[in-house]
Design a protein around this ligand. Structure first.
Ligand code: HEC
Ligand code: HEC
Length: 339
């Protein structure tokens, strides 16, 4: 009995070692285990991460007064308590408007690792991206001057911007977006899968390793690779068209390419696909096999991959809900009857 247990452990470890190599040659990469290496990877050289910027960026991320209604913050749609998303098939914003293209809110966790932002990849980085939703009519609907007015009317914010950027800082719209982006750069979620790829051979169970192996051999890593297991533009509907393509009018970028979403914490980001038409992870896995690889994954293969994907649930940074400073007489007012 003892010998059996030991040989099982040895077998897992041996499989573990070669599987790590296999995963790496398939293009999978771990979140680095050293804090220094991670910071180098996630920091923006033009706007280096500091504790003062992160703290202020967090406040702005949760700040509903950056929206025209005074009710919607980044956290409304990218709720950090629910996997960085909202659970809606199509995002709901200003005046209860649903996204005009029928697009769902992707998670903000680990978005720092993407080479392009948005489902069609139209934004190169988080700093640029953050300017979009604040102004977008169906999201927060706030013009630049409105946002600048809010922040500059609250002395505590002015003090915090000075602390973060120096006393001569010009607090304009871009600075607000840049600061939110610095906070987003900290939203990474290392998991046991990273421990495994970083060399800890028993960090994944035998079943999870089997699932990883299936994930690789079936070809999922052709597109879901690198640190995020996503983040690049890829063809969509390679072998067959997506069965819910007619819901919403999203067609990808000019070449029909779609930005691959991360699979980290994917257990938390249902409903799936750009228009949120797939309710369960098993169905998403099968649909991917059918439309992207031209294979019909059976129930067992699907379950194996599902087991592996669960191991990508990571440790979220612990976030203390920020207390926001009070409005003043000059803070732009919300006119609820004419908004
Ligand atoms: C009304 C809901 C809503 C609000 C509010 C909102 N977003 Fe989004 N966000 C979305 C949707 C929908 C998308 C995808 C849109 C697209 O691809 O065209 C998105 C995309 C993103 C992305 C790109 C992620 C990826 O996978 O490409 C990031 C990052 C992001 N939002 C951050 C923010 C920040 C920061 C704020 C606050 C300033 C914010 N969002 C406010 C709904 C929202
Ligand atoms: C040819 C590239 C490609 C291959 C191969 C591929 N995917 Fe995808 N995957 C994508 C793209 C692009 C999307 C986004 C599709 C959309 O929503 O429009 C996606 C979306 C997903 C989603 C939904 C994520 C979410 O948050 O909505 C899951 C789950 C997924 N893939 C798993 C897999 C699995 C498992 C495999 C292997 C069986 C696989 N993918 C193979 C490109 C690929």
């Amino acid at each position: 009995m003892k010998a059996l247990v030991i040989s099982a452990i040895v077998a897992t470890t041996v499989m573990g070692a070669s599987l790590i190599d296999e995963a790496k040659s398939a293009g999978l990469k771990p979140i680095p285990s050293s804090a220094k290496a991670l910071e180098k990877l996630t920091s923006n050289l033009k706007n280096p991460t500091t504790a003062a910027k992160v703290e202020l960026g967090k406040m702005l991320y949760f700040e509903p007064r950056l929206s025209k209604s005074g009710l919607i913050s980044c956290n409304t749609c990218h709720n950090l308590a629910t996997g960085g998303t909202d659970g809606m098939a199509s995002a709901i914003g200003h005046k209860w408007t649903s996204n005009p293209h029928g697009l769902s809110s992707p998670t903000v966790y680990n978005a720092v690792f993407y080479s392009q932002q948005f489902w069609d990849g139209r934004s190169p980085h988080l700093e640029d991206q953050a300017q979009g939703p604040i102004q977008a009519g169906p999201e927060m609907a706030a013009p630049k001057a409105f946002v600048e007015g809010v922040v500059n009317s609250i002395p505590e914010y002015v003090t915090l911007f000075k602390k973060a950027y120096g006393k001569d800082v010009k607090i304009d719209f871009a600075k607000v977006a840049d600061t939110i982006a610095v906070f987003e750069r900290t939203l990474v979620t290392p998991s046991r899968y990273d421990d495994f790829l970083n060399g800890k051979k028993n960090a994944l169970s035998k079943e999870e390793q089997k699932g990883l192996k299936t994930f690789i051999t079936k070809g999922c890593t052709t597109c879901h690779n690198d640190i995020a297991l996503g983040g690049t533009m890829q063809a969509f509907g390679v072998a067959a068209p997506y069965k819910h393509m007619n819901v919403g009018d999203f067609k990808g970028d000019a070449n029909g390419m779609v930005r691959v979403p991360t699979l980290r914490n994917v257990t938390q980001s249902a409903p799936y696909f750009h228009n949120g038409q797939i309710a369960t992870l098993n169905e998403a896995i099968k649909e991917m096999g059918r439309i992207q690889l031209g294979v019909d994954l059976n129930d067992q293969e699907t379950a194996e991959i599902h087991t592996f994907l669960k191991s990508l649930e990571g440790k979220k940074p612990s976030i203390i809900y920020p207390m926001l400073p009070a409005s003043t007489a000059t803070t732009p007012k919300v006119d609820v009857h004419n908004n």
